[in-house]
Design a binder for this molecule. Structure first.
Ligand code: TK8
Length: 335
């Protein structure tokens, strides 16, 4: 990827790089290419929404061109965040979970079984709590511009149907690179292992892991039914996508350009939520024809929830008790 960067760096900073925010006037005349990196492929609703973002930005100004790179071609989620910090990449739209390695407070979104449905998610993210969380990334050399949707995560595996906790026992589950997910799956009796998304398909294909968890569109559109037989509606966690911009690059932009980008990120995010929800329903229907689908009974959910309670207690400290309370009460008042 070093070679890739060397090849692309130039296109990102044509012109002097000295104009921009300092002058703050309309159209500094400097042309820029904004590169967006996402982990999922070009069939995914996140890609569609990224193309929507491109369309919206390019319709507003001739100064900015947007290039969307899918399938982790530029970097996996965690490395992409680091590239934003270094100013070698403009935009990435990862799950919040890898951000916890930089900002422990983001662990709130990893607490299992806390957000009950999309409507509550929207209210929490679009309200005071979500705004505060977006602002928080500033300390990490990032600008948080919008919440997009990945969706509720569901378990797949290639060993047995999962309808209860005892079915989870001993399954080798890939998790995102995040301690809370690891602890939650341990508490549920699984044998979890963290891994970048870009390595996941091969790991399933080679059988080094038994299963993984992701929203329905990702499961279907990444062709997981080719390597996984069983799927359950565990809906165990809602980890949003966050639209991140490199702070050092942001500061080189004119106020006008910043405004165009912010608005487009939010509008494309709205489109993303709508599309993701449609695609999630369609994907589940399709997955039911390609895999064995198991509906988790209500009473089993209660057991899952009980089992992960100590994980929430344990991580309350590392996340920050205050922020956990704020998150949980934002959910309560949204319900
Ligand atoms: C895409 C990721 C991904 C996530 C994961 O870059 O790693 O499982 O859900 O889809 O953010």
């Amino acid at each position: 990827s070093a070679i890739f960067l060397a090849g692309c760096g130039g296109s990102n900073s044509s012109g002097s790089g000295e104009s921009g925010a300092a002058e703050g006037n309309e159209g500094s005349g400097e042309k820029r290419t904004l590169r967006v990196s996402i982990g999922v492929n070009d069939k995914h609703p996140e890609y569609e929404a990224s193309m929507k973002f491109k369309e919206l930005v390019e319709a507003e100004t001739d100064d900015l061109t947007v290039e969307v790179y899918h399938s982790g071609q530029i970097a996996d989620d965690r490395s992409a965040i680091e590239m934003l910090q270094f100013g070698t990449l403009d935009i990435t739209i990862p799950s919040t979970s890898p951000l916890v390695n930089f900002l422990p407070e983001y662990g709130v979104f990893d607490l299992p079984f806390t957000i009950p449905n999309e409507e509550v998610a929207d209210q929490v993210l679009d309200g005071e709590f979500g705004t505060k969380m977006l602002e928080m990334v500033d300390s990490q050399g990032l600008v948080g511009l919008a919440w997009w949707e990945n969706g509720f995560r569901n378990l797949t595996n290639d060993v047995r149907p999962v309808g209860s906790m005892k079915d989870v026992e001993g399954l080798k589950i890939r998790t995102m690179e995040n301690e809370i997910h690891l602890d939650a799956w341990k508490a549920l009796g699984a044998n979890p292992t963290p891994m970048a998304f870009t390595e996941l398909f091969t790991a399933m294909q080679q059988g080094t892991i038994d299963g993984q968890e992701n929203p329905y569109p990702t499961i279907l559109l990444s062709n997981y039914p080719e390597v996984q037989e069983h799927i359950s509606n565990t809906n165990h966690v809602y980890t949003p996508f966050i639209f991140l911009f490199s702070k050092s690059i942001w500061e080189e932009l004119s106020a006008d350009q910043q405004d165009i980008i912010s608005k487009a990120a939010v509008e494309a995010g709205q489109f993303n939520r709508e599309r993701t929800r449609e695609v999630a329903d369609e994907s589940l229907e399709e997955l039911k024809t390609q895999m064995t689908f198991t509906e988790v009974p209500e009473e089993e959910f209660a057991k899952f929830q009980e089992a992960v309670q100590p994980v929430i207690e344990k991580h309350k400290e590392s996340i920050g008790a205050d922020i956990v309370d704020e998150y949980l009460s934002a959910i309560e008042s949204a319900k």
